[in-house]
Structures are given as C-alpha cells and as structure tokens.
Design a protein around this ligand. Structure first.
Ligand code: TNX
Length: 500
C-alpha cells in the first residue's frame, strides 16, 4: 500500500485498504463556513467543478477544541471525508491537505481512503519577502500569502526598509514614503504601502492564518532615510568590497540624499550617539506596533559594517527595549546576539550556514529563542542552478532543491534543541527579483523544503523525511500547483507528475 504524496509530510498518515471517496455532482461540503469556502475554491481550481455547500454534506469540516494548536485529523473513506481542526488554523491546514489528496481517476476525481493526524513541529513557520530592493504590489504579496499558507506557513515577514527604499507610510515620519520610496535596485520603479494597503495585507494574511512580521532594518541598511531625514544619518562608509560590488553588479556608489539603486550592503548607519535616532525608532516602531496585530516586530540589525561594535550593541539593546516596551516581541538578525543588554525576550534570526562559520552560532545561542534561516539551504534568492538568470550565489550557491531539503533544524546550532527553536523561515531577498513570475521561479519548489523543515517531524523521527521521499512527493504537487497558477520551474531534480 503506497501512501498518498503530501508536502509538508504530516506527523502521521495511514492508508486504509478501502475504496476511495469519489467527488461528484452530489458532493456537498458542510460545516465551518470559512473552511468550506477555502475548500470549495481549492476544489474548483483543481477539478474545474465547485462542490455544493450546505447541510449534511459528505465532506464535513468542523472545529473540535482540545487538540494541539494548529492540529487536525482528516479521515476519508468511500462514504465521507471528515476534517476536524483543533482550531480554525488547524482546520484550514486540514483543508490544504485535502486539496493535495484530490487526484484524477479516469474521468473522475477521487480522494484515497486515508487517516491523517497532523500537527506542526514548530510554532513559527515563516517566509520573508523583501519588498525594499524591489517593490512588490499588494496583489503580489497576497499571491505569496496564498502560496505560503497552502504549505502551512503561518508567518509573513515583510522586509519593509533598506538602503534602497522605505516602503511603509508613517504619519509620524511622512517624508519616508514621500521622498524615500520611489526607486528599486537597478533604477526599477518603486512604490510604497499606504496604511490602508498594510491593513489589507494584514487582514488577508489573517484570513489565511498567517501573522505579518514587519521589519524596519536598522542601524545599517538605512541609506533611504538620508533622502527624508538626513540629520539622522552618518556618511556612507565605502570600502573595496563596495567598489567590487559596484563594478560587478553595476550601480553607483552611495551618496547621502540620493536614491541608492545598487546591491552593496552594510555601508549606512544611523547616528548611534544622537537621541534623535531613538526618537525616530520610537516613532517608527510605535506606529508599526499600533498597525500590527501579530506579536513580533523585527528591527533588523544585520550587516552593520559602518557602526562600531560598541555602538552597535548599544543601539540594538535600546531598540529591543523600545519594542519590548510597546508590548511586542523584538526580533533581530543574529548579529544582535553580541549585545549583552538586549530585551530578554528578543528572538534571534540565524542566517549563517547549515554548518556555522565565523562564530555565527555563538551569536545565535545568545537569544532565548531562534528562528532558523540557514542561508545555504533556504535562502530562496540563491540561484537554484548555475545557469539561472535570477539570483545570487554568495551562500555557497547555487542551492539545489536537494540541498534546500537536506538539513535538520536541531542539528544546525549545537546546544539548541526544539525547545530553543521558535521555528524556521525561508527568506526571499529581491535584488534580482522583480515580480510574481520571478518569485515563483525562485521560491518553487525549494519553499516546500522549508515548509517541511518547519512543519514535519524531525529527520530522525520519520522514515519519510528523506530526499528520495520528498522529491517524489513534491513531484506529485505539479498538477495542483499548475491549477493554482503557480509558475514553478520544472527543476530536473524532481520527477514531475503530469496529468493527461
Ligand atoms: C544578506 S542575510 C542580507 C541581505 C541581502 C542578502 C542577499 C541578511 C540578514 N542580509 O541584505 O539582501 O544577503 O542574499
């Protein structure tokens, strides 16, 4: 008996020998309204026919409190399908699993007889989208939410500011979007989110059981502020590395007060010893906290090469306290782990390699909890193959699908086990990525490997957590992804299933 292919792999799955459930003209979905609407649109996309929606359906979707958060049970036989979620998120994930189970059988559509009991390994399962290097429209962000939530991700980290731009309107600092949002890398068009746009994204994410984790990156990655509030900023620090990047990737060297559309990092810094900087951080994060229902605010802290170590530690400590005092949990890239006085609950985001180098693991160990984003595995902006037009290679790249899959979260940072790991997040930086087509080309299918690291049992806990199993299961997602309009590239590492 072969098990039906699912991604991410559920905690437990058992096939029964029974006949499959057949979808037909009389199929009716009943139960929880929101989950039913999600299932109806999924089945319509996959099969071309929307099932009915009413009482006493043969597909029943219900919430029964008491199970683990986000968990669900799915039981299918020839007579009925019952999906029971412990909460609305769990039921939504059961619906996503059901969508993956539907397959053609001759002219009919069936769901195999199966019993699945599923719950996530990690509470935080994130994707990050950099909307600063290339602006991404609200519709593109929503499309990425669709894709990520279908793989059971529950956090969308939005990288909202960088050297190239500031993308979120703030009443307290209106010049940021008036003067610092009009460009992207390579001189491509810019843009920004109004407060209404941001609220729209947050609400759409919530409908898909995702929180938004907004980031304003500081104290470096802040050149854009020089166009709006130049008094807050130091002069750029330009070294040979920057000259090399400008020579190899194009773009001018940064000049304060002028849009920067190159790809170098680490040259800018807020003035650390000026109280006006902390007034700015308090305004920006205060307004962001008021707009953000989720518990986390990310303040960056990466690659601050133009800031002395002492100044950096002082800055990240103070800003983490500002965020903590707003009632939010601060998140920072792992570099901030060098500071002794961070707010206690600060979460560190590790972006070193699967095998840590340069003491990056020491920095990560300084936090109470970490989010793992190993760059040589799940940085979705790394070229998937050497010949890819899109993407970068600095993280030991290119990064094959196999490499994106072949790592175990609890093995990355010695001494950190599941209790110390808040979760896993796959970042997508957008220096080379302009739109949804590019996003699909880079994120898929590797985003599914990140989903499995975040959701599924540890590699030591399940014999199906292997590359051989994963590549077959991902290959079976092809028709569903196509029906959902996802432009995944036909990676030759994957045995893609086609229908007809
Ligand atoms: C490093 S990793 C960055 C980003 C770049 C990315 C490109 C990290 C926290 N910062 O500023 O966009 O590399 O891959």
């Amino acid at each position: 008996m072969t098990l039906p292919p699912l991604v991410p792999l559920p905690a437990s799955i058992a096939s029964t020998d029974g006949a499959p459930f057949r979808l037909g003209a009389d199929t009716v979905v009943s139960g929880d309204r929101d989950a039913a609407a999600a299932l109806v649109s999924l089945l319509e996309a996959r099969t071309g026919t929307a099932p009915g929606d009413g009482e006493d359906g043969s597909i029943e979707l219900r919430i029964e409190k008491g199970g683990a958060p986000e968990s669900y049970v799915l039981a299918a036989d020839d007579a009925s399908i019952v999906v029971t979620g412990a909460d609305p998120a769990g039921l939504f994930y059961g619906v996503q699993t059901l969508g993956q189970l539907v397959r053609p059988d001759g002219a009919a559509w069936v769901v195999p007889a199966v019993r699945i009991e599923d719950a996530p390994r990690f509470a935080y399962r994130g994707v990050m989208l950099d909307v600063a290097r290339h602006f991404q429209t609200v519709d593109t962000v929503k499309a990425y939410i669709d894709r990520a939530s279908g793989l059971k991700f529950n956090a969308l980290h939005l990288h909202l500011s960088d050297d190239q731009s500031w993308r979120l309107q703030l009443d307290s600092r209106p010049l940021l979007t008036e003067l610092s949002s009009s460009s992207s890398v390579g001189g491509d068009p810019g843009g920004f989110y109004t407060k209404a746009d941001y609220a729209d994204i947050v609400a759409y994410a919530a409908d898909h059981h995702m929180i938004v984790v907004p980031e304003f990156d500081m104290p470096s990655h802040t050149h854009a502020i020089t166009l709006a509030y130049p008094e807050l900023m130091e002069e750029p620090v330009i070294d040979d590395h920057m000259r090399e990047i400008a020579a190899s990737h194009g773009g001018e060297l940064p000049v304060n007060g002028v849009d920067y559309d190159g790809m170098a990092v680490g040259f800018s810094s807020l003035k650390i010893q000026d109280e006006a900087t902390y007034d700015f951080a308090a305004d920006a994060f205060g307004e962001l906290a008021a707009m953000t229902p989720g518990p986390y605010l990310h303040f960056g802290g990466d690659e601050s090469l133009a800031t002395s170590d002492e100044d950096f530690d002082e800055f990240v400590s103070r800003v983490s306290e500002i965020i903590s005092n707003l009632g939010k949990i601060p998140v920072a890239w792992h570099e901030a782990g060098s500071a002794k006085d961070l707010a206690d609950d600060t979460v560190g985001q590790y972006w070193g390699f699967v095998t840590p180098t340069d003491g990056m693991d020491d920095k990560a160990r300084a936090f109470a909890q970490v989010i793992l984003s190993p760059a040589d595995a799940i940085y979705l902006d790394m070229k998937p193959t050497a010949s890819s037009d899109l993407g970068l290679t600095w993280a030991n790249g290119p990064t094959s699908v196999e490499r994106s899959y072949s790592w175990e979260p609890s093995a990355v940072i010695e001494g950190l086990d599941d209790g110390d790991i808040l979760g896993v997040e796959a970042p997508l930086w957008t220096e080379t990525i302009k739109n949804l087509d590019d996003i699909d080309a880079m994120a898929f299918p590797r985003i599914a490997a990140a989903a499995e690291a975040a959701w599924s049992p540890a590699t030591t806990e399940s014999e199906l957590r292997t590359w051989q199993s994963f590549r077959e299961r991902v290959g079976a997602m092809g028709p569903l992804w196509t029906s959902l309009g996802i432009g995944f590239p036909a990676s030759d590492e994957i045995p893609w299933v086609t229908e007809e």
